[in-house]
Design a protein around this ligand. Structure first.
Ligand code: THG
Length: 806
């Protein structure tokens, strides 16, 4: 048998379908973990795998979606993975169908939300996935298939675990929602940037929706990926008939739609929920004879955050302000671990239009190896811009790159052997775009030619590590003209030469004016000259109006600004308020905005400690109720509205909830101290239904409801209908919220509602979960459907208002 990588190069590869669906049909009882069936019902599992192989699948995934240490003790986990691999191998050996057959170790999400939104630490997630990977490798799988991931951070943890524990090919497939984004906000392009950087062999999309709803995600993956793209849609959207869930697209329609993806360039195809072997067989028929599309290297340079990719096609602004050099107040903040100060510096640069933020916390008295990763974590929790990790310490660099949620910019490598030996392996392992400073053991050359030579040496050395030229941005070093009158000229000349060689460039533009008065005057002129020479990335102070004027005018002058729209917006909004003296240094980094008080702003921006302080301050002059109704709830509403309108994503919602929580905590303490009783709105009983152990959604709903003042009784996950009824009767709660993530557990939700209707006919029931639809919610008799956590809040607010009326 050929190896998977080779096979991938030349063929359209067929994957399997919805193994979970078949397990249900085979009678997997509610609440039983499907992975146990590898041992207890090996014949059933083998028959399912065999069905797919017979249908023409080249790759079948082991029945190990939830096989991890959160769900199984170590010894049982090992047994399960062993049996699962054996089952797939036996099926391969005893089936006809495709000639080339491979077994993939299936790895699904942990079911937990990672910090800072949830409570699962990134490194714990890496360790969790690593255990399963090692077992898969031990029992001889051909490749690792990470699938149905809905959080970029958890996806990174899983891929890192795979890469660190084997040399097998790793396929990574995510579940994008109907909005084309991951639950935590990532676009397909952002995922491609990160995953390709880390060396994923295949990148794809599976589950959540059917092929019709997947179009834009597939297009975006194909447009950006330089590796083969995988597509595994559901058999359409779920519908119910008589308590059973099925999907709304038949074999033929499915196969025709997926064949269209193959024509566009998808190279690995199969199905997810609802796709039986008949779907795969039909797919094979409908795609036979199609030429596998060429996989082209996309040479676009980009970095990413947890939400989006930033491309270097047009000049990119990198904010320089998170850097202690020359800033006493910043150094003091670092020393005092005044995180809020550093975050505020980040937020203000984002608001001023920075595309990327440089993060440098190196200062004597600072333990950079601990503090750099900590600040990266803090910043990426509240700011969605890609970060440029700036340190000369490779240990601090590695720690920061490891926990970074995306593809970072790395500042920097240089022509010294020690630097290249230290940095290139990190760029290779974690992915990233690296800035290459044109200096070496002999220092910074005086001439442009010599700087370009160093750049070429660095690019050649990078190539030895497999780092492509597009992932190296050359910085020919801006030096102050106050020390050398030709300094700027040489740098500009080097820019021109580098550009001619097809290299991207960056500069610390502000360096050029060190030691001069009115530095911004010089900086802005130099910036314009550098842009003219093709500068790709400018490290500047985004708070400087002069610099932004130059940037917007340049884009307009170069025909890069349609109808001068960007320039006009900037000029009319910013320049009238322009006060040149004040603009040089931001006097204060207060995050107060035009229309928001400090508390409201802190909650909106998800700054927890700032929110607590601001609330404490307000409590001196306002009542708790005034603060809640005038500040906290409006702030949550604002973020909630942004979320509904897709201007904000789940992480922002959750960080705001954290901010509100810390404010509530202050209010609670204040009320206890002053003897005021705390009145809650009405009670709601929450539970993830029997058979389902995914509680992310329910936890989010719980947190949000609590923040809105509801009295939440959370019964946890895998809760029986009887237990839910018992708690409703005991507490007299007027409302119940039920959650189910998997199609397999939706019937259990219907059962719970039936029992509630019998025993507690007056209770109002709201349901939610990934596979539910509004229609379905109605069918099973719920009073409300929460498309997301905020809708659950709206439902409860209305219920509470009704209760108050009566
Ligand atoms: N190339 C690359 N990275 C870099 C540089 C570069 N990083 C650091 C620097 N150069 C770019 N960043 C800055 C940050 C601050 C200033 C200049 C460049 C600066 N600071 C004022 C000072 O030192 O006086 C502080 C003024 C204040 O208090 O606000 O000028 O070239 N790859």
């Amino acid at each position: 048998m050929r190896n998977v990588r080779e096979f991938l190069q030349q063929n359209i590869v067929y994957l399997d379908g919805g193994t979970g669906t078949l397990l249900q049909e085979a009678g997997l009882p509610l609440g039983e973990l499907p992975e146990r069936w590898n041992i207890t019902h090996a014949d059933v599992i083998q028959a399912i795998h065999r069905g797919y192989f017979n249908a023409g699948s080249n790759i079948v995934c082991t029945n190990t979606f939830g096989a991890n240490r959160l769900k199984f003790p170590q010894a049982e986990l090992a047994e399960i993975v062993k049996a699962a691999v054996e089952n797939a191998r036996m099926a391969a050996a005893s089936s006809c169908g495709a000639q080339e057959k491979f077994v993939a170790l299936d790895i699904g999400p942990s079911g937990k939300l990672l910090k800072p939104y949830g409570d699962f630490a990134f490194e714990d997630a890496v360790a969790l996935f690593a255990e399963t990977v090692k077992l898969g490798v031990q029992y001889g799988v051909d490749l690792i298939y990470i699938e149905t991931m809905s959080d970029s951070y958890e996806t990174k943890a899983a891929l890192l675990a795979a890469k660190e524990n084997c040399d097998l090919p790793v396929f990574v497939s995510c579940a994008y929602g109907a909005d084309g984004k991951l639950m935590t906000g990532a676009s397909p392009a952002a995922m491609v940037a990160m995953l390709e950087g880390m060396g994923a062999d295949v990148i794809g999309v599976n589950c959540s929706v059917g092929p019709k709803q997947m179009q834009s995600v597939v297009d975006e993956l194909l447009e950006n990926a330089s590796v083969p793209v995988l597509v595994k849609p559901n058999a359409g959207l779920p519908i119910t008939d008589g308590g059973n869930t099925r999907y709304d697209i038949d074999e033929k329609e499915f196969a025709l739609l997926v064949a269209e993806f193959v024509r566009k360039g998808a190279r690995l195809v199969g199905g997810c929920c609802g796709t039986t072997p008949a779907y795969i067989a039909e797919l094979v028929v409908r795609t036979k004879g199609l030429e596998p599309a060429c996989i082209t290297k996309k040479e676009r340079t980009c970095v990413s955050s947890y939400t989006h990719a930033v491309y270097f096609d047009e000049p990119v602004l990198i904010g320089e302000r998170i850097n202690p050099t020359g800033k006493k107040r910043f150094k003091q903040a670092l020393k005092e671990k005044d995180t809020a100060y550093v975050l505020a510096e980040g937020i203000s640069q984002q608001e001023k239009g920075a595309h990327i933020l440089d993060v440098n916390v190196g200062s004597p008295e600072i333990d950079e190896r601990a503090e750099l990763p900590r600040y990266i974590e803090e910043l990426q929790a509240v700011i969605n811009l890609p970060l440029q990790i700036d340190t000369s310490d490779p240990v601090a660099m590695e720690r920061a790159m490891r926990i970074y949620n995306g593809k970072p910019l790395v500042n920097s490598v240089n022509g010294k052997k020690e630097s290249m030996d230290g940095i290139f392996p990190l760029v290779k392992k974690y992915g990233g775009v690296v800035i290459a400073l044109t200096l070496d053991e002999k220092g910074i050359p005086d001439s442009a030619e010599e700087r370009v030579q160093i750049a070429e040496r660095i690019v050649a050395e990078g190539a030895k590590y497999g780092i492509s030229k597009k992932d190296i941005i050359v910085d020919p070093l801006a030096m102050t003209i106050s020390a050398d009158k030709n300094a700027a000229k040489v740098t500009l000349e080097a820019l021109r030469m580098l550009k001619a060689k097809g290299l991207h460039t960056s500069l610390g533009v502000s360096n050029v004016s060190f030691g001069l008065p009115s530095r911004e005057t010089v900086n802005a002129a130099f910036f314009a000259l550098a842009l003219q020479e093709g500068l790709s990335a400018a490290i500047i102070n985004p708070n400087s109006v002069e610099m932004r004027k130059t940037y917007h005018a340049y884009l307009a002058l170069q025909g890069l600004d349609e109808n001068c729209g960007g320039y006009i917006r900037f000029a009319t909004e910013i320049i009238p308020q322009y006060a040149p003296v004040e603009s040089t240094a931001v006097k204060s980094v207060s995050i107060e905005t035009k229309d928001g008080t400090p508390l409201k702003t802190a909650i909106v921006k998800g700054l927890s400690s700032v929110a607590a302080e601001a609330c404490q301050e307000l409590l001196k002059t306002q009542s708790a109720l005034e603060i809640i109704n005038g500040e906290i709830v409006p702030a949550l509403d604002e973020v909630g509205k942004a979320y509904e309108e897709k201007r904000a994503y789940l992480p922002q919602l959750l960080m705001s909830a954290e901010g509100a929580k810390s404010a509530f905590e202050k209010i609670r303490l204040h009320m206890i101290a002053s003897g005021e009783a705390q009145t809650k709105k009405c009670k709601i009983v929450l539970a993830t239904v029997k058979g389902d152990i995914h509680d992310i959604g329910k936890n989010i709903v719980g947190t949000l409801l609590e923040n809105y003042g509801f009295d939440v009784l959370d019964l946890g996950r895998d809760v029986s209908p009887e237990k839910i009824v018992e708690e409703v009767l005991r507490t007299g709660a007027p409302a119940v919220g039920l959650s189910a993530l998997m199609t397999t557990t939706v019937p259990s939700m219907a059962e719970t509602i039936k029992l509630l209707r019998e025993k507690a006919p007056n209770v109002k029931i709201i349901v939610g979960g990934a596979v539910l639809t509004e229609e379905y919610a109605k069918e099973i008799g719920a009073d409300g459907y929460g498309k997301d956590a905020l809708q659950a809040v709206r439902f409860m607010e209305k219920l509470y208002a009704d209760l108050c009326k009566n």
